[in-house]
Design a protein around this ligand. Structure first.
Ligand code: NZQ
Ligand code: ZN
Length: 381
């Protein structure tokens, strides 16, 4: 095992922590507050943020959509270039945080900033970012990743410099989420853990045990977030689990396999399937197609997370895949393409798009390409 681990995001967790925003952003910075379609104006978060910024000079940019669009984000870039802001405060879900990261990188970029995503181009400098997270799901609040869409293309970039300097996680802000968004968040976090865990046995005990702890937490608390939506302890556990699921800790030094996410991004890009739902449609199929390569880890997942302790290896693998599907059903999310009314046409289009985006040599073995992707999509029918 060999890795360098760093996570420099300062996390303020708990009720009433939004006021920390005013302390963490230097008073001489002119702040641009970025947000989404308006949920923060209806749940009191906007008011708390503006109170926290009472001693700052600040402006705002609203309207960042779910699966943030390049064209929208470029309007924020133009605003910053015109009005001279020097600190970004993202207030919202993963889309707002991701969008703000892109804006942070795009402002100083010479040329078409889409190249940061499409060609991995590097930007000379970035703007500092802080965030107030209102939807536990993506882990974007303390990681270096950002996913942005342009038309049907949904692409990611990674730059440690856009990792937020601080993140406020107040579980109270999540009480206004719809059940659908609560579910989407829980299953997204679940799949993040799976894609860093469900590979080959690496004898990375710390990463494995942390991963299993997060999976157990999500499997136990996720359904409660739907049945007891006002339970703040449940909300808190879900929120912290989602952050820990993709903050670099459990993935340090271990093989990873982001195939489910890569196919999921195409389903979102072409058909607008919610991000979390795109993953619950694909993960069972990916597990089925990779049952040989991932067998040892699937059995371990079954034993340690779903209490599957008997039967032959094949039976245990089947039972574990069924347990994952049952968990997704409990979270009221789709588990097949048919569940979202997609079929032949979608399979053809998604495969073409995966090829166009160069998705070959994926998985921990580097052996998932067009043939395997086609089998996975067939299994997801
Ligand atoms: O836009 P507003 O009005 O804020 O409404 C949002 C949006 O409609 C709403 N919402 C958020 N917080 C709320 C709320 N509604 C009521 N109360 C609240 N407290 O929820 C809707 C969805 O928000 P969005 O930010 O899109 O959801 P999520 O956090 O799931 O983010 C999804 C995006 O993150 C990307 C996804 O691809 C997708 O674009 N991802 C980013 C990752 C990363 N940076 O590491 C990793 C992930 O795998 C993922 O790919
Ligand atoms: Zn995700």
């Amino acid at each position: 095992m060999k890795f360098t681990f760093e996570n420099s995001t300062r996390v303020h967790f708990g009720e009433g922590q939004i006021k920390q925003v005013g302390n963490d952003i230097p008073k001489d910075k002119k702040v641009l507050v970025l947000f989404g379609g308006g949920s923060i104006k209806n749940n009191g978060v906007y008011d708390q943020v503006t109170a926290a910024l009472a001693d700052h000079q600040w402006g705002e940019f609203g309207g960042i959509e779910a699966n943030p669009q390049y064209d929208t984000l470029m309007k924020a870039v133009e605003l910053i270039r015109a009005e001279g802001y020097d600190y970004l405060l993202a207030v919202g879900g993963g889309s707002v945080v991701d969008g703000s990261k892109f804006v942070s990188a795009a402002v100083a970029f010479q040329g078409d900033p889409w190249d940061i995503l499409a060609k991995g181009a590097s930007t000379p400098t970035v703007m500092p970012i802080g965030c107030v997270l209102t939807l536990p799901a993506t882990g974007s609040e303390s990681n270096p990743a950002s996913v942005v869409s342009r038309g049907n293309s949904k692409l990611a970039f990674f730059d440690p410099r856009v990792r937020p300097a601080f993140a406020v996680l107040d579980p109270q802000t999540t009480l206004s989420l719809s059940p659908r968004q609560v579910s989407n968040g829980v299953v997204d976090a679940f799949v993040h853990v799976i894609e860093q865990y469900l590979t080959v046995n690496h004898n990375a005990k710390v990463q494995d045990r942390f991963s299993e702890g997060l999976l157990l937490t999500l499997v136990e608390e996720g359904p409660k977030a739907l049945t007891n939506p006002d339970d703040m302890e449940v909300r808190s556990n879900v929120m912290w689990a989602a952050t820990m699921a993709l903050n670099g800790l459990i993935g340090a030094g271990v093989p990873q396999d982001w195939t489910t996410h890569m196919i999921g991004h195409e389903l979102t890009g072409h058909y607008g399937v919610d991000h979390g739902r795109s993953l619950t449609i694909m993960l069972p199929a990916v597990m089925k197609q990779r049952r040989d390569q991932k067998g040892d880890k699937i059995v371990q997942l079954g034993e340690r997370v779903f209490d599957i302790n008997s039967g032959s290896r094949d039976e245990r693998i089947d039972a574990t895949i069924e347990a994952v599907v049952a968990f997704f059903k409990q979270m009221e999310v789709p588990t097949t393409l048919a569940d979202v009314e997609l079929g032949d046409d979608a399979i053809v289009k998604v495969l073409a798009s995966l090829a166009e985006h160069g998705r070959e040599g994926m998985s921990e073995h580097g052996d998932v390409g067009p043939t395997e992707l086609a089998q996975m999509l067939e299994l997801a029918r």
